[in-house]
Design a protein around this ligand. Structure first.
Ligand code: ZN
Length: 325
């Protein structure tokens, strides 16, 4: 059936729009992005520091202390307001251990957009995917944003100790917040293992059977932005639930809207996932999980770059929004 001239014109415009939409939604080439190269350089440096200090960043250890000093120095050099507040582990006495917390200058301190990654490793290895990858990603983002970005909200980044020991660093931090501090945190985004060598792209928040799995109200909105931004960089993410086993847990429990990102740990990749993301079905996402071989050659640089790009864009979107979730 022929349409009118106007109708054909409208059809042509629509078709052009659809075609433009198709081409921009097509998977991008899997070359590491500039941000991925930057995050990889941070990860290489973390490997060097960990090797030089005994091969692990378990809390406490010389490697953990060296990593705290290094991360704080990188963030200060990028212009961020940096502190290393101590926390008490469960049942611990004494002066406690250090987290690293950094925030931007000039944003509204009553509107804080937060992201975090654990800086410690298990005693058995240097923890380069788990979780040097999350740390490297946030350091790269910190450098890209600078310490005084032109955004209405404050962005705060945290690098947690003792994740591998009952999540004590993040738990101690959240326990130490008063009500006003807690209410100022609009949302929390957790990065834990974002460069698994046989991994995928998982987004936690807003999905599940109960509040422990979904997170509090607002978590679905956090997860949606993370999902959109991962999709935009060609990653085809999947929804996942919160398991209570990483640093988002204290934020979820405190009622702070939360999202989590990971590329998979010791579970096997399914056939459907291998079809979708590539890699080996029926093999672990990370065969070096919690082992000495979790080194710089144990990571997927493309995944590291995509997660870094997606988190950078997500934090800018969250911090640009004048309303809380
Ligand atoms: Zn971890």
């Amino acid at each position: 059936m022929r349409g009118t001239t106007i109708g054909r014109l409208v059809s042509a415009v629509l078709a052009a729009g659809l075609l433009a939409g198709c081409s921009s939604a097509a998977p991008v080439a899997a070359a590491p992005s500039p941000a991925g190269d930057g995050a990889y350089a941070h990860l290489t440096e973390l490997q060097r520091i960990t090797d030089a200090a005994g091969g692990t960043r378990h809390t406490p250890s010389p490697g953990y202390d060296a990593a705290v000093d290094h991360v704080a120095a990188v963030l200060r050099a990028a212009g961020w307001d940096v502190s290393t507040p101590t926390y008490q582990a469960e049942g611990q006495s004494g002066s406690g251990f250090r987290n690293v917390v950094a925030q931007t200058r000039g944003g509204d301190p009553a509107h804080v957009v937060m992201a975090g990654a654990h800086l410690d490793s298990v005693p058995e290895g240097p923890g380069i995917n788990d979780n040097g990858s999350g740390v490297a990603s946030l350091l790269q983002i910190a450098q890209q944003l600078g310490g005084s970005p032109d955004l209405p909200d404050t962005i705060r980044l945290a690098f947690w100790g003792s994740e591998e020991d009952e999540l004590d660093g993040s738990a101690g931090y959240v326990r130490g917040l008063d009500q006003a501090d807690r209410e100022a945190i609009e949302l929390y985004v957790n990065l834990d293992m974002v460069a698994s060598p046989n991994g995928g792209y998982f987004v936690q928040g807003g999905t599940g059977e109960d509040r422990d799995e979904t997170g509090p109200a607002g978590s679905a909105e956090v997860a949606q932005v993370l999902t959109d931004e991962l999709t935009r960089v060609g990653a085809a993410p999947e929804s996942d639930v919160f398991y209570g086993d990483s640093d988002y847990d204290a934020f979820v429990t405190a009622g702070i809207p939360s999202g989590g990102l990971h590329a998979g740990d010791e579970d096997d990749k399914s056939a459907a996932e291998a079809q979708k993301w590539g890699g080996q079905a029926r093999e672990e996402y990370d065969p070096c999980y919690h082992q000495a071989c979790d080194r710089i050659d144990n990571i997927d640089r493309t995944a590291l770059g995509r997660f870094t790009d997606a988190v950078d864009a997500s934090l800018r979107r969250f911090a640009a929004s004048p309303t809380s979730l």
